[in-house]
Design a protein around this ligand. Structure first.
Ligand code: 5AD
Ligand code: SF4
Length: 452
């Protein structure tokens, strides 16, 4: 019998990847992926617990699903991922329409959980954490151009504000042979761009005594067909000189690093348990920019951490200006279950957090716009992803530094997966606009391609 599963994915790339894996695992049970909650027999909400707002979104979505279920009692609803792991059976009390709670590691057992729910007719809660990563998925057809490959998951750092180590468990790395087999299969399928994924990729392989992250990068870099290589996320304390050096050796490695700093105050960084100082962070930042001209660095900032004074927040603004970041993701601090910071005194009011957030966003946008404008007149190699969302007559893709570029194209869909040299004519706040570079201005193009 053919049944339909709709997976609603919230949160990070890890969740996107996990959702795809669940679809693979449910296929042998006769579930086909379905784009909308309407008409689905099973709806899985793959959740994010990293900030309070993300968790609120889960419960309001579940409220809407409860209305659908009131009309169609046969509908099965599952909550998976980080909120499932954090809250467990509590979810059944708060949202009684839910049939299954599937934790971060239990997602590998999604088929068994669904079978158990169907057999027993009773709610199932599976939040057991194991010490191995669930099996790698088979390569999927829809990953044609760009794919994510999980190399490790979990986190051992215990930053005081962060729920991740509590919901994703300890760091576990996948064996390199398994990763390489997946990468080769993706390359054979025509995938050109690869992003290696992990909560803290720099500690890849360390505790298993496997090749380290840089060695893994070297091996993946050697797989033919893969033309662009990226990774997320790095902890600044673990960003090694060997990794910085990799940017000078490996030309497929794209010149973009996401390096979350979180605060510009040494006192706050210590309270966050980040284990680096602002000075040490800035040193790593300049090392990265020295090794690759035009290196794009993005960061995360939390404003209103418990006890953060106005002066400490000013230090953050200072750091953001000095860091000259190509992108800043800023968040208001929120208490998360199990974390040390949720018990810290001197919480900052919502109003003050919002004020700080707005100030920060304004500064970051100013810098972002200036940096994008500075690219006007340069040529970059765009890997085309599709038609632009705003205008069907434009194609949209990314530069090596991951900036989005739109350019006029009659045949945007036919260009998908190809590389087009685009001369940037306009730098906007969050994207670039240009035209295909007609002239043979190869030197400039080459230079920018390599640098970016
Ligand atoms: N409150 C606000 N932001 C948080 N982040 C993680 N935990 C919290 C929290 N409790 C942010 C950090 C991290 C990003 C993924 O989310 O900046 O880098
Ligand atoms: Fe959370 Fe810190 Fe681990 Fe990142 S490094 S996932 S912020 S605990």
């Amino acid at each position: 019998m053919n049944r339909r599963v709709h997976i609603q994915t919230m949160g990070c790339q890890m969740n996107v990847h996990d959702s795809a894996r669940m679809e693979d695992l449910l296929a042998p049970m006769g579930y086909e992926p379905w784009d909308s909650p309407r008409g689905a027999d099973l709806i899985i909400v793959n959740t994010c617990a990293v900030r309070e707002k993300a968790e609120d979104k889960v419960y309001s979505y579940l409220g809407r699903l409860a209305e659908i279920k009131a009309r169609r009692p046969d509908l099965l609803i599952a909550v998976a991922g980080c909120v499932a792991q954090a809250r467990g059976a509590e979810i059944l009390t708060r949202a009684p329409a839910v049939d299954m709670v599937i934790g971060t590691h239990a997602m590998a057992r999604v088929a068994q959980v669904v079978a158990e729910r169907v057999d027993t007719g009773r709610p199932v809660v599976d939040t057991a954490l194991g010490d191995t990563l669930p099996l790698a998925p088979l390569p999927r057809k829809r990953e044609r151009i760009s794919a994510f490959v999980t190399i490790m998951s979990g986190c051992d750092n215990f930053c005081s504000y962060c729920v991740v180590p509590h919901v994703r468990g300890r760091e576990i790395s996948r064996p390199p042979e398994e990763i390489l087999a997946e990468v080769r299969a993706l390359a054979d399928q025509g995938v050109k761009e690869l992003t290696l994924l992990g909560q803290n990729v720099n500690s890849y392989g360390k505790k298993e005594g496997m090749p380290d992250f840089v060695e893994l990068l070297d091996q993946v870099h050697g797989v033919s067909g893969i033309q662009r290589l990226r990774f997320v996320t790095s902890h600044p304390k673990d960003l090694s000189p060997a990794l910085v050096d990799a940017f000078s050796r490996l030309d497929k490695l794209c010149g973009r690093v996401h390096l979350p700093v979180q605060s510009g105050s040494d006192r706050v960084l210590a309270a966050m348990n980040r284990r680096y100082t602002v000075g040490q962070y800035l040193e790593k930042l300049s090392a990265l920019r020295r090794v690759r001209e035009g290196m794009a660095v993005t960061t995360d900032i939390i404003v209103g951490f418990p006890g953060e004074t106005r002066a400490e927040f000013q230090q953050t603004l200072h750091l953001v200006a000095e860091g000259d970041f190509d992108g800043v993701f800023s968040f208001k601090y929120s208490d998360r279950p199990y974390t040390a910071a949720s018990g810290f005194p001197d919480k900052i009011s919502e109003a003050e957090k919002s004020r700080r957030l707005n100030e920060l966003i304004e500064l970051a946008n100013e810098i972002g716009l200036r940096k994008n404008r500075a690219l006007e007149g340069t040529v970059c190699t765009v890997l085309v992803e599709g038609a632009s969302r705003k205008d069907e007559r434009e194609a949209s893709g990314r530069c090596p530094d991951n900036r989005t570029v739109n350019f006029p194209a009659e045949n945007a869909r036919q260009l998908v997966g190809t590389f087009v040299e685009v001369r940037i004519e306009r730098g906007n706040a969050h994207s670039l606009w240009g035209r295909p570079a007609a002239g043979p201005d190869r030197t400039r193009a080459q230079e920018v391609t390599h640098a970016a």
